[in-house]
Design a protein. Sequence first.
Length: 166
Amino acid sequence: MTRGKRCIVDATVLLDFIEGDIFNAFFSLPFEFLTSDIVAGEVSRSYSQDELTSRGLIIVELEEDEVLEIAALQSEHVALSPNDLSVYLLARKRSSLLISGDGPLRNLADFNEVEYHGTLWVLEEMVERKILSQQNAASALRTMLAGKRWLPRAECDKLIKKWESE
């Protein structure tokens, strides 16, 4: 099956959708979703690598030279973890869209002209493509916020209000 846009997904977004109880719906988008093996390990308390790949997530095993590049990047960008840098590196190398809610990671992507979006953008895509109803998206977003996910509160409130009023 041909997939659309290639997206490299960070753990923050995967965990947002797990918390919002719409993880399976996330993979209904017509995108190709990839992540690094170390990020897949980060979400392994919720889903095994086999469960992730069965949903459509492509897990990229980092090569030795990529691990060395991540270590070099980390010495320049101490606010970012190796996990963060692994998805940045994949997005940059594969000219792909980075999907992350991590502020310092998004700043690095912006500085290096790597396109990025976050959880709210993905939710809007899901509503626009009728994967989720507006009510279900608002409910999922409320669940994410109640689960203490790090999302921009003002933007979330605006989207919830919009979705619940239409």
